[in-house]
Design a protein around this ligand. Sequence first.
Ligand code: C2E
Ligand code: MG
Ligand code: MG
Length: 444
Amino acid sequence: MRFEAENSRDRTDYFDLLDRQISRCSRNGTVLGLLIARVQRIRDINLTFGYEVGDELLAEVEAKLEQILRPTDIVARIGDNEFAMVLPEIRNQGHAILAANRIVQEFFEPLRLEQQALQMKVVVGVAVTPDHGADAEALMKSADQAVVQARTAPDRYAVHSSGVERASTKTLTLERQIEQALDNDELVLAFQPKIDLSSASVSGAEALIRWRTGSGELVSPASFIPVVEQSDLILPLTVWVLNTAMRQAATYRTLVPGFSVAVNLSPALLLSRDIIDAAEGAASIWGVPPGHVVLEVTEGAMMVDPERSLEILDQLHEIGFRLSIDDFGTGHSSLAYLQQLPVHELKVDQTFVLGMERDARNAAIVRTAIDIGHNFDLKVVAEGIETGAALDHLVALGCDYGQGYYISKPLLGEEFQSWLGTAPWASEFSTVGGPNSTDKPLVD
Ligand code: C2E
Ligand code: MG
Ligand code: MG
């Protein structure tokens, strides 16, 4: 039996059926298990092979699920990449776990589709009556929350546990909102200029994501990137950022020769080759030389799996991308490890730069970071320059590049483009003592 639960009528039918099955099980003293399987990487497959292949693949997944389960179990597609499975009249939770485990195992084998072997990852959330819900609505919610846990579970399945309920509902909602924002073009990039401190000219900009909600409000990445980073949405989101940043950079490059664009990469992206294909693909589509693309990663990112990350970074470096260590000074990487990294620049964390005028210890950290960078033959960027005094101080310390509100806040596309043409700060910079800056035009 099968339901397309995407429209509301099907949904009501499905919930009715689930409620009837739950009542039957409770009458005859058996347990009902509800599994939700989420197929990950389907977006990548859609992007790489097209939606037709993605659809065929989901049909195959559904057939395989039906084949794995008993004939009396009910499989329903409940979302773009999710299936719910009702297991009526089982003896206890253990049977639902066995089924979840079997599903995960079966999908370790790649699915074959027209000569291609497609490897997918399936995670399964488990909920059972009456412990995790006494009606369809409650049970679905519990299984949904279990799927979120399953994503990071070593066995790829998880049984609902009530303690995580509140946090995960919030997480789940936010993740869905961002997924929709991606589909509905509600994400935008702001660009914050990066200035070459020795010549007082614009060398490039960092692309920073924002979510423009339906009501026009701009939501900061700090409130959604940490959630997206924990999900498989981070890759499609980054593919979007890379492509959008490079598309816009292609225009800015015509205004500012040598303009480079920086994009932030989340830690989880350094664990798989996907990011290499994504970055290389975007650079080639938009005709931006990899040497003018900076990929920013934090020290922490490399600590998740140092060996694997090093491999990925080496390959990005070989292609010619420039790599930057973001938020330098806040992580725990050893100098021995840093020295092995194929990076080109260090970005001193803004907390030290923000505090350097008030606190001599912060100023000492900034000075030390600049020395470390230069001793390793790296360029050093200071972020968080909010005052002329800080800018002046950094120039005196020999810092190579600077970013901060004093120069400009991150600006949305058109605003940034007009800033490039009219940037007023060059003259202010010359008054705070920047070398060679007096008559230097900001944009060649
Ligand atoms: P980040 O990469 O360290 O970016 C610098 C942050 O400092 C930005 O915040 C920027 O707006 C802010 N900033 C710049 N100058 C100043 C200043 O003078 N004073 C102060 N107080 N702040 C300044 P934003 O845009 O809110 O981004 C926050 C973080 O979100 C970023 O930190 C980055 O880690 C993450 N992020 C942003 N966009 C992306 C993205 O596309 N992908 C990923 N994975 N992470 C992103
Ligand atoms: Mg950054
Ligand atoms: Mg930073």
